[in-house]
Design a binder for this molecule. Structure first.
Ligand code: CTP
Length: 399
């Protein structure tokens, strides 16, 4: 989904965590959203409008009565302009006002008048959050289609630990994009299973054989699919990457674990995208106890083949494979499309600079079941992910 023409209205209310909203405004601005910030009177006590103005490059709305503001004439202009409204941080007070239909400032007017989805990230004292009044308000708003993210558990303004903190910003950002995708994305409602990362094959209880996959390409595909509205399951080997928000996450270690997880997840899938670097061989007889260095002079491991997940998983869904090659890239990939009965294969030359394992960019060739090739230039992995999903989207429409 192109975010360039999208508008996010960020409502900031009076909480000590209001400064974190500046980071959120920055994230949305950096990926190309038009970001309009509305601050309540209380929010202005915690952080200045100037901060948001400089981050977003847009005037910040703090009152309905500023005659010079382009929004004051038409007090619901932002409600109409919004593709999504995010209230972060949201106090108990703003939640209560919205739940009661009160519209006595620019933020509450905008929320009451908008047809865009609204995401609320609460931040308050733990007793205020736990209070039945707040909980009833939250339930009422959820029933009316409002989305909530958080609050999180941790140190509160009072100094004690409890549930009420503004939740992790990655989570708020991810869930907001997911909610927008469900409403406007071209893959809305499609069930997409993505695998990522390298597998680990046990040698003994402390040692394993693995590969250099960072998981970045698969994670980028899972995140892009979520942002386009898909219901995503990400099956991942061990990686150093954070779990993306709004995605069903299944962590696995070996090729055998991954096979089982893929079989389970694809029972109702529309597409399977296998970006994982699955081990092709594993020690045939892993030792149940640690192999001791003093006991042996040298070690020979007898290896057996792992199951070919893509080749053997059954079902009526679009199948996309990856081919990380070091020579004769296109011919090897064309052969794999046929051998594994794929709809598409994404081939890349792992010997090229800036491509393949661990990098943030990739240069790939997408090949279809008839052997037709589409060569893409060097792109960030997030853009490669969108180009692959464009092709998956086209195939899904044809079904
Ligand atoms: N794959 C799989 N199961 C395996 C090995 C690979 O599902 N045991 C998937 C990968 O996730 C990838 C595609 O098959 O999407 C191609 O992987 P690759 O390792 O390039 O192909 P192989 O069939 O293993 O062939 P080779 O290693 O001989 O090139």
């Amino acid at each position: 989904m192109a975010v360039k023409e999208k508008t996010v209205v960020i409502g900031v209310t009076g909480s000590i965590s209001a400064y974190k909203a500046a980071d959120l405004a920055s994230r949305f601005t950096q990926v190309g959203f038009r970001v309009e910030v509305i601050m309540t009177e209380e929010a202005v006590q915690f952080i200045t409008p100037l901060t948001f103005r400089n981050i977003t490059g847009r005037p910040v709305v703090t009152t309905m009565w500023d005659l010079a503001s382009e929004f004051s004439v038409e007090h619901v202009a932002l409600a109409e302009a919004a593709d999504i409204v995010l209230i972060a941080p949201a106090t108990a007070n703003i939640i209560a006002k919205i739940a009661s239909g009160i519209a006595d400032d620019m933020l509450t007017c905008t929320v009451l008048a908008t047809k865009a989805p609204v995401v609320i990230a609460p931040a308050m004292n733990d007793n205020m959050w736990a209070n039945e009044i707040t909980q009833e308000n939250v339930t009422r708003l959820k029933k009316r289609g409002f989305s909530f993210v958080g609050p999180g558990y941790g140190r509160l303004a009072s100094g004690k630990m409890g549930l009420g903190r503004l939740t992790d910003l990655d989570e708020i950002y991810g869930v907001t994009l997911q909610v927008l995708g469900k409403k406007k994305g071209d893959l809305a409602g499609k069930k997409i299973v993505v695998t990522a990362g390298g597998t680990q094959e046990a040698v003994d209880p402390v040692r394993c054989l693995t590969n250099h996959s960072s998981g970045k390409m698969g994670y980028a595909i899972a995140i892009a699919a979520r942002n386009r509205g898909a219901i995503v399951t990400l099956i991942s080997g061990p990686t150093a990457l954070p779990k993306p928000a709004g995605i069903k996450f299944v962590d696995v270690k070996s090729a055998e674990d991954m096979l089982k997880a893929v079989q389970e997840a694809t029972k109702k899938a529309d597409a399977l995208i296998m970006a994982a670097a699955v081990a092709d061989f594993r020690p045939a007889k892993p030792s149940s106890t640690k192999i001791k260095r003093v006991d042996i002079k040298d070690l020979t491991l007898y290896m057996e083949k792992t199951p070919d997940i893509l080749g053997q998983v059954k079902g009526d869904f679009i199948r996309v494979g990856f081919a990380a090659e070091s020579d004769d890239v296109v011919n090897n990939a064309v052969d794999k499309v046929k051998r594994k009965g794929l709809d598409l294969i994404v081939a890349n030359d792992i010997t090229e600079k800036d491509c393949g394992f661990g990098t943030d960019t990739n240069r790939v060739t997408i090949i279809d079941s008839k052997g037709k090739t589409e060569e893409l230039p060097l792109l960030p992995k997030s853009e490669v992910a969108d180009r692959i999903l464009d092709r998956v989207g086209t195939l899904l429409k044809k079904r």
